[in-house]
Design a protein around this ligand. Sequence first.
Ligand SMILES: *Cc1c(COP(=O)(O)O)cnc(C)c1O
Length: 223
Amino acid sequence: MGSGIAERLASVRARVAEACVRAGRPVESVTLVAVSKLKPAALIREAYAAGQRDFGENYAQELRDKAAELADLEGLRWHAIGPLQTNKVKYVAKVAHAFHALERLEVARELSKRREGTTPLPCYVEVNVGGESTKSGLEPSALPEFLTQVRALPGLALVGLMSLPPPTDDEARALGYFQALRELAQHHGLPQLSMGTTHDFERAIHAGATHVRVGTAVFGERT
Ligand SMILES: *Cc1c(COP(=O)(O)O)cnc(C)c1O
C-alpha cells in the first residue's frame, strides 16, 4: 500500500487550480509549498516523484538533515518557513531557496553575511496582521524602517510578505487578514505573498497569495 501522497497532492493541486480560476488568476501564479516538517524524508521522496518541487520546513536542523539526505533530488527547492535563531542561520543560508519568516534584523544581517557573493536569498518579511501580542511577525507600523534596513543588505532579495494569521471562524475577518497583508505588500512594492495553510489556502489565493504553505492536506496529520 502506498502512503497516498500522490493522491493527496493531486487533490490539493486541483483545489489550488480551482481557486485560481475562481479568482480569475493564472494557475501558474500560485506556488504550492508542501510543508514537510516532522515528516520523514521518504515521504518527501514520494511527493517529489509525484512532481512536487517546493517543500517547506520549520526547523533549521531538520532542514539541514533533510537537505543532506535528499541531496540527490535535482531541482528540489527548500523553503525555510519557521522562526530562526541567529546561531542556526548557517543551516538556512546554506540550503534554502527562500526564507519566509524574516522578522529580526540580527537574523537578516547574519543571513546577508553568509549569502553575500552567492545567489541572493529571496526573503519574505513576516507580518503580524492579526494584532495579537503573542503572535510572531512585525507590526505593520514597524515595516517601513525594517524594509529599508533589509534592502540595504547584500546577499538578500526582499521579495514579499508572509503571515500566519490567528485562526478565526469569522470568514470576513479571516479574509480581512489576508487582504491587509496584500495591501501592505502593494504599498511597499513587494510582489510576493506567502499566506494560506491547509485550512485556508483557497481563501488566501482569493486574496492574492503567490505562495501557499500546505502541510496537513499533503502529508497528513502531524503527531
Ligand atoms: C506548519 C506550518 C504550515 C502548514 O500548516 P498545515 O496546517 O499543516 O497546512 C504553514 N506555515 C507555517 C509557518 C507552518 O509552521
